[in-house]
Each structure stands twice: as C-alpha cells, then as structure tokens.
Design a protein around this ligand. Structure first.
Ligand code: ATP
Ligand code: MG
Ligand code: FE
Length: 337
C-alpha cells in the first residue's frame, strides 16, 4: 500500500514514498532556502524555475531510496493548493504525467491537510479533533468533527504567525527564515521590552500585524535613543506575545468545543517554546489528548502529503487527470462529512 507523494507549493521540492499512511519509506526534500535567503524571502519566479530543475531528480531519489519502482506504487498524491501558482504547477504536472503514463489514481490534496496528517507518523487521530495550524501562510483553528471533515473556527485577520516571525527577523537583520532564529535567540532573552497583546473582534480569530508594527516602532525608538537593540530580549518579547494569544484562543476553543484530541500542524509547530507551552497548558484538560508532530515533518515535506493521501485514497477521493493547480484552494471544500 504505497503512496508516492509530491509537494512543491512554496520553496521546497519534495517527494516521498509512504506505506499505509504512517510509515516512511523515503522522504526527499530539496530546499531552496539558500537561494531565497539572499532576497530575504521567497521569490516566486525563482522558486518555480528551481522546482522545474529539481522535480524529476527528487521523485527518482524518493523511489530509489524506498527501493521501489512505479509498478509498486498504488496511487500518486500531490499538493494541489494553496501556495504559489508557478510552484504548485510543477508538482501537479509531474503527478499528472506519472498518473497518466503509469495508469495510477491521482489524489489532489490541500497542503494544510498534509500538515495536519503529519501527526499520523506518531499517533492515531481521534475525532472530534481541533488542529492548531501555524505556518508561513496560515494561522487557523480547524475543527474536524470526523475524519476528512474541516471547519475553520478561527483564522488570522492579517498576517500568518510564521510570516510575522519572518518579518520580525528581517527587520532585526537576522535573516530568513526567521522562525528558527527567533526560537533560538529567545532562549537567551529576558523580559525587558513590552509589546502589546494582539486584539481581535472575533474571539477565536488571530492578528499579528499590530504586533509586527509594534516591533518596528520599538526598533525605531531604540535607534533614535542611540540604544543598542538587544535582539535576544526582543525575540523573547515578540515570541511570548505571539504565543500567548495563540494558546489562550486554542484553550478557549477546547473548552467550547470539547474535542477528544488537539494536534499542532505547520512549520511553526517546530517552535520549541510553543511545544513546551501547549504541553503544559493541555494538562488543564486531562480528557483531551495532545499530539505534536515530530520536528522533521513540521515544515514542508512530501511525507505528510503521503500520510493524508492514504486517507484520501481509502475514502475514494481520487481526482481526474484534468485537475489544475489551485493557489487559493480552501480547506473546507475538501470535506466529505
Ligand atoms: P503554508 O503551510 O501556510 O502554505 P509554508 O508552507 O510556506 O506556509 P511552512 O513550511 O509550513 O510554511 O512553515 C514555514 C514557516 O515556519 C516559516 O515562516 C518559518 O519561519 C516557520 N518556522 C520554522 N521553524 C520555526 C520555529 N522553530 N519557530 C517558529 N517558526 C518556525
Ligand atoms: Mg518553505
Ligand atoms: Fe506548509
């Protein structure tokens, strides 16, 4: 029961072979970070070109490392959206070509469903479930009343949390991607700067642009005063403010909706402080089971697409060969319940 999975929604060209939705046979990720670093963020045109150069190699490598051929593959799963259209297009075309040539079912998937099903590598999923999705493009509380059922309880009104990490790092001059750098610097930081806690109209929504502006203003103020900016302390203050509302709202949703399980999902799920704090916090509700994806599958990879692809396959959710990349795909439209 092998799924070949392909992911190219942003700046990782990735392919994986996954067995029964939870066992990794291979997981190849070719990251473009070193290229985009120079520009302080992902440059879409450059990203699609590098995907084109790498996609075949990455797929061949995934098959080779798994020691299988296309004949052993049951179905091909691919990220259809959301993401950068040019990037998505490369993965979708590769998947369609292989599905047509080898006569295999094609399974188009929503990228965030992949992030959520990354948790399958360490645990079962129990429903109803709440997924706290925290990534470069998304900050959402997703309610899954059953398998493959998705309802957004709350979302960001402006920036995604990962985007905020990246922007704050850029203005501090500490590079791209910002998340891992700020995570590390904050460990050396102390409570020194005060930043406002984000506010939103809807109780389960998020907002990070105010916090980002507050960081910019603070840096400006320190500069004008001629004070040296303490980047560790600023990282600490930013991270505590960002995670505080994230966790408060998650707990509020848990109390209101009473899920059996809470899972973390997305690149920011790699954050050490978030992992620590959510584990502490969930102890207030011992009836709720918490699952955190392993570090290796928090940021973009194809294994997570294979995990989700297996579930989709078992539900008969095959796509047709005329699917196209969908950069603004919505998670709720994937629901079958
Ligand atoms: P999306 O999944 O919404 O389409 P994406 O695929 O670009 O966005 P991911 O790969 O899921 O994003 O996550 C990348 C983001 O995760 C970046 O913003 C990065 O800064 C952030 N990130 C990675 N590691 C950490 C960390 N340790 N702490 C905080 N943020 C992190
Ligand atoms: Mg990325
Ligand atoms: Fe992602």
């Amino acid at each position: 029961n092998l799924i070949l999975a392909i992911e190219s929604s942003c700046d990782e060209t990735a392919a994986a072979v996954v067995e029964d939705g939870c066992k990794i046979c291979s997981n190849i990720v070719s990251s473009q970070i070193n290229v985009h670093k120079k520009y302080g963020g992902v440059v879409p045109e450059v990203a699609s070109r590098i995907h084109v150069e790498n996609i075949s190699v990455v797929i061949e490598e995934a098959l080779a490392q798994a020691e299988v051929t296309m004949d052993d593959i049951l179905a091909i799963a691919v990220t259809q959206g959301p993401g950068l259209v040019g990037s998505l297009h490369v993965g979708v075309q590769a998947a369609k070509t292989l599905a047509w040539y080898y006569d295999k079912p094609l399974i188009p998937l929503h990228h965030i469903i992949g992030h959520i099903y990354a948790n399958r590598f360490v645990d079962e999923l129990r429903f109803p479930m709440i997924a706290l999705v925290v990534s470069g493009g998304h900050t959402e509380l997703v309610w899954m009343k059953d398998e493959w059922s998705f309802e957004i309880l709350g979302t960001t009104q402006d920036d995604a949390i990962g985007e905020a990490y990246d922007k704050v790092s850029r203005v501090m001059g500490t590079g791209y991607p910002g998340g891992p750098v700020i995570d590390k610097m904050a460990k050396q930081g102390h409570p020194h700067y005060t930043l406002p806690k984000p506010k939103t109209e809807k109780p389960l929504d998020f907002s990070f642009s105010g916090l980002k502006s507050a960081v910019l203003q603070l840096i400006d103020r320190e500069n004008k005063k001629g004070e040296e900016l303490n980047k560790e302390d600023l990282s600490y203050a930013f991270q505590e403010a960002a995670l505080d509302t994230l966790l408060k709202k998650t707990m509020q949703a848990v109390k209101e909706f009473k899920p059996k399980q809470v899972v973390l999902a997305g690149g920011v799920a790699a954050n050490s402080r978030l992992r620590e704090k959510i584990s502490e916090m969930i102890q207030e509700t011992p009836e709720v089971h918490l699952t955190i994806p392993p570090l290796w599958c928090c940021t973009d990879n194809a294994a997570m697409i294979g995990a989700a692809g297996w579930t989709a396959y078992t539900h008969g959710l095959n796509g047709s060969l005329d699917i196209a990349a969908n950069p603004s795909m919505e998670i709720e439209t994937s629901s079958i319940h």
